[in-house]
Design a protein around this ligand. Structure first.
Ligand code: ATP
Length: 342
């Protein structure tokens, strides 16, 4: 399968007076899985549609292996596209849907062979004669995926392909999609608003907001070293602590961004670690279990450990052995390892 580097240079796009994309620059590396991640309306789909050729930019260029393809019609780009709505032909079987794009382009025998291969790749070979209405959502999306990859596309474009599926199927198909992409070595660009999906699937995440790219990098980079509060907040849970509440922190106006897993909870004298810096002390007012972390509302205590008229909500990852101590009215202190304050 051929693979190419895609570059996006200075793309602008407006709809009427509304600017949907502002000066977008991107490098999509060959053979990698790139996720365009951002909140609803930030311009991800518009960018994907411009890459696909379904939309023309007002300014800027799209290059494939150094070749300007900005004006090339979609049919001439040889990109596979999978949408959230599976967009299958209802009157064709799974196998016929997959074969559709190859009709007239290859001898019948070869088409049959390619379709069989594609069906096996997405694990649908036992139900190839079924019509879309006889398939589950996950199976329909597998057909759509097989229909895209059977064309040996240079680039696989995916617009929220998993969003319509229920959580369990979504996670399974996510893993299958990643395995398939790696196996074929295909370059993939996927739009998603789901940060967990982007973190688990992507080699590179492009975080977008308000028509702009805020940051792009590996999942680890954008998670560990977000370049702005928006990225820090959008990817994973994060606490923004006012500097004034962090003991010994020299800049009162500064915001300290701390992931839940970096905070340590000290309760009933347990959980303290050497070199930790105390950050906040308070009485627990409310506790909410959020899966990977707890959201805790604290009534803050002053230096003399007296309650003050100030509350703070903070997300913390708590070890199972400590979760029993998250009891209303109990005193709790949060500390940070010293290196987190540097
Ligand atoms: P979502 O996750 O909700 O699909 P998105 O990040 O993919 O959001 P886009 O679909 O790219 O966002 O849309 C970006 C903005 O451009 C939105 O405010 C949208 O309303 C607007 N927009 C997109 N297409 C058109 C169009 N054809 N005409 C007018 N406005 C449009």
């Amino acid at each position: 399968m051929k693979n190419s580097d895609l570059t996006v240079r200075g793309i602008h796009k407006s709809f009427g007076g509304f600017q949907a994309l502002r000066d977008i620059h991107l490098d999509i590396p060959k053979g990698q899985f790139t996720c365009l991640l951002g909140p609803s309306g930030c311009g991800k789909t518009t960018l994907l549609r411009i890459i696909a050729g379904l939309e023309r930019p007002d300014a800027g260029k799209i290059e494939l292996s150094g070749r300007d393809i900005t004006a090339l019609p979609p049919a001439k780009r040889n990109f596979g596209i999978v949408f959230q709505s599976y967009a299958l032909f209802p009157n064709l079987t799974a196998a016929q849907n997959i074969a559709y794009g190859l009709k007239g382009k290859l001898p019948r025998k070869q088409i049959e062979e390619k379709v069989r291969e594609a069906l096996e790749l997405v694990d649908l070979h036992r139900i190839e004669e079924r019509y879309p209405a006889q398939l589950s959502g996950g199976q329909q999306q597998r057909v759509a995926l097989a229909r895209a990859i059977v064309m040996s596309p240079e680039l696989l474009l995916l617009d929220e392909p998993l969003s319509a599926l229920d959580a369990k199927v979504r996670i399974k198909l996510r893993q299958e999609l990643r395995a398939l992409q790696e196996r074929l070595g295909i370059t993939a660009v996927m739009v998603t608003h789901d940060q967990e999906e982007a973190l688990t699937l992507a080699d590179r995440i492009v975080v977008m907001n308000n028509a702009q790219v805020m940051q792009s990098g590996s999942p680890q980079e954008v998670y560990e070293r977000p370049n702005c509060p928006f990225v820090a907040d959008f990817i994973g849970a994060i606490n923004f602590l006012p500097g004034s509440q962090v003991a010994g922190y020299p800049q009162p106006e500064a915001l300290l961004a701390v992931r839940p897993e970096h905070i340590r909870v000290v309760s009933s004298g347990r959980g303290a670690a050497e070199h930790d810096v105390p950050v906040i002390a308070g009485l627990i007012r409310h506790v909410e279990f959020r899966g990977p972390y707890y959201r805790i509302e604290l009534q803050l205590l002053n230096d003399r450990e007296e309650p003050v008229d100030q509350a703070m909500t903070i997300d913390v990852s708590v070890q199972a052995s400590q979760s029993m101590e998250l009891v209303k009215h109990r005193k709790m202190m949060l500390t940070l390892p010293q290196e987190r304050l540097l």
